[in-house]
Design a protein around this ligand. Sequence first.
Ligand SMILES: Cc1ncc(COP(=O)(O)O)c(C=O)c1O
Length: 461
Amino acid sequence: MSSNTAQSTGFSRRTALKLFGAGAGTVGLGTLGIASPAAASTVVPAASDTGYWNKVREMFTLDKRILYMNVGTVGSPPRQVLDVVDAVHRQVARDAEASYSDFADVRAVIAKAHGVDTDEIVITHNTSDGMSKALLGLNLRVGDEILTTNHEHSGGDTPLALARDRYGVVIKRVELPIGDDQVAEDYVELFRAGITGRTKVIMFSAPTYLTGTMLPIRMLAELAQQHGIITVVDGAHIPGMMAYDFRELGVDFLAGAGAKWQCAPGGTGILYIRNRVTAANPTPLPEFWPMVSSGYPRDESVDLRSRDESQDIGKYAQSIGNGTKALNAGVKKAGEIWDEIGRQRIQDRVVGLADRTKELIVERWGIQSLYSAKSDTRLTCALTGFNPFQNPADVKDSAKSAAFVSRLLDEYGIEVRNTSLSVIGDSAKHSPLRVSTHLFHQPSDVDRLIDAAWKLSKKMA
Ligand SMILES: Cc1ncc(COP(=O)(O)O)c(C=O)c1O
């Protein structure tokens, strides 16, 4: 079993047995028509899995001339998703259908996949939408502190800035380290040191989009709970990449993308709002108000100041006038396809490919070239950040880094991206490469990327 199952203690073994044990032969034989590999996936997929994953790859319409490794920016919906979206769009047009719906059927699929209930899931427009809805729905007051990091995406940073300017909230930032030199406990200590008596919310990305390091969500949620602090996770990359049980994570809110690793249509996202008192989080959800709603009762039957699980918070936040039936049908189909392949299997595969990527990077460029974590599997995921240059100082040259990305595409047909981030102890920003390994990749694609990046780094030395 691969890394990161520690995030969701208690579910991984059971799920693994279900997927790879007695029932393994039936996984993937359904509507996808793809026979499963006989054995469980290993960290680096066995050669015998190649045929299976080639079939999976055939489900996608990605341009075969390009090796696309930038799923962290946007994924690619499989054919079945495209067909459903197209058919529903056409049906809606033909029948001039309105859709005043809470899309409970779609939310039920996503909820089940992540171990929660339908009333805890909202299909949003994207991660940014989910982050705004979560953060700006809280009861924030002047002087409240929100503890976050210096590696946040604008999708989370922007609602923080709005909260600061509108309510007088104080934003404090933990400075995150880079590379492979830390363990999960180090992140907990960093956050612990930043907590004060006024800290109301801890907000962090997991993984961070700048380094690809997965922060230890469950451990940080436990820390927050010890201090009565609300947790909001920017989990843009989690849906479709990691098989997390949201309830087991113990967080209050988690916003993710539909269109990245989940390969749902563009303009879709997934927001988890914990509406249950559970072992992993034994207090009621804090005061929370849907920011946009046409489904919130207007008859004073609900008072969200006092929490009650029967309040259908997901429905209140989901119902916002005439919705998009076609995109929601696409989210549902993408979710069903992932469930059929098996979310743990996908996680093992994509993280396994990232593990391979990191191994090969370390062989060529050395361990210090990594911006992502590698050794502590609680901190790894399917994103890999690294410095591709022969002269390590070149990573501070943003123009050279941009040229590396475009030459990798032009000369080798491989699409990745770079990022730009602050590094502790350095006044200059660094611009490492970021590689996404997904279920339409093979180990040979990773090898090809590494060879190409190595050759290009020699040419650009
Ligand atoms: C960590 C993180 N948060 C938020 C976003 C914004 O995502 P979306 O386009 O789904 O709003 C991204 C996009 O790359 C991201 O990496």
